[in-house]
Write a protein that binds this ligand. Sequence first.
Ligand code: ADP
Ligand code: ASP
Ligand code: MG
Length: 402
Amino acid sequence: MGLVVQKFGGSSVANTERIKNVATRVISERDRGNQVVVVVSAMGDLTDELIALAHQVGSNPPDREMDMLLTTGEQQSAALLAITLCSMGCPAVSLTGWQSGIMTDSIHCRARITEIKPDRIKEELNQGKVVVVAGYQGISPQGDLTTLGRGGSDTTAVALAAVLKADICDIYTDVDGVFTADPRIVKNASKLDVVSYDEMLELASLGAVVLQPRAVEFAMQHKVKVQVRSSFKLETGTLVMEAEKMENNRVVSGVAHDLNVAKVALFDVPDRPGIARAVFKALADANINVDMIVQAAMRDERNDIAFTITKDDLPRALPVVERVCREIGASGTAYGEDLAKVSIVGSGMMSNPGVAATMFAALADEGINIQMISTSEIKVSCIIAADEIERAVNALHAAFNL
Ligand code: ADP
Ligand code: ASP
Ligand code: MG
């Protein structure tokens, strides 16, 4: 008998009709002779609604309390799906993250899974039940509920698939698979049949929200076979797999974009060893991830340093940066939020010169100004103005014949 993990995102469980559709898909997997663990997200936009509710009663809600609130969303859909399955004659039980043995660190709202003790899940499976797990959540060493960051149900699913040694982790969502660009922005984007772990990790990290980056990391580390597919269609989706098993390496596989970008600058920073450490250690200590960093030309032994972070982190970053600015004797700080990042990703890039030049030419032809650039072996990213993002993504999609 095989074991399959199925994950259904918010739009797939948005109402009771859709939950019945999910139940049908679960039952047909079970009828194929497989044990089934299902991971669900909160219904529709419930997580956003709960966040908005919290901000109505407190301008700066404590992260611990946010986790208490947000974990209820996934609990609702897990219980509703288990009830639906039972009513359709399929024995099922719903479990919260902690009942499923999902242990995390104690960083609320963006906790990382540290260990999974799947005994309860195995016990229930052995009793012939479908196990429905509330996604996006776990429990801290202090015994508090935690959440895994937005989109975290993907990570719950892949991590469970890894620890249960599932045959496959199917991620059911509102698109047919992973596309060459966000199909909401590029109308003629095409579905990829396969994508490598490395490419998927870059795409996800660079803004393709179809999979949470942590989920791809787990899949890569534990060689979990992941398929992204539609909840509403029976066709196969996109397989995420090892590059060595893929037939051909595309030069560019996809274009990703991210509007959750803010830029922070420090002016007239003294030019001496230890300054970059002072700035970026303070940000790291505050748990703020820095993405691109640019240090501009030196004059009179002074530099300007600019870097990008997510917009979500900006309110926490600004006081830190202002403090460091005073400590190191810089002349001032500035920030901008009307920015976006556009990236091209492809594992064939490293052996093909001229890819970056083609990207810059496509943006220049559209009259789009590039504010920052960063590259790795398999991606090139540019920071541009937010209101130019749709034109940029479409121009790059066309320039690389995707
Ligand atoms: P779910 O609620 O199922 O987790 P998400 O909204 O998190 O769904 O992810 C699916 C969405 O990801 C799609 O609706 C699509 O707009 C977006 N997306 C962004 N980039 C891509 C891409 N390259 N391929 C497919 N979908 C993408
Ligand atoms: N409900 C959570 C979110 O909206 C987790 C998820 O859907 O994966 O981010
Ligand atoms: Mg998602």
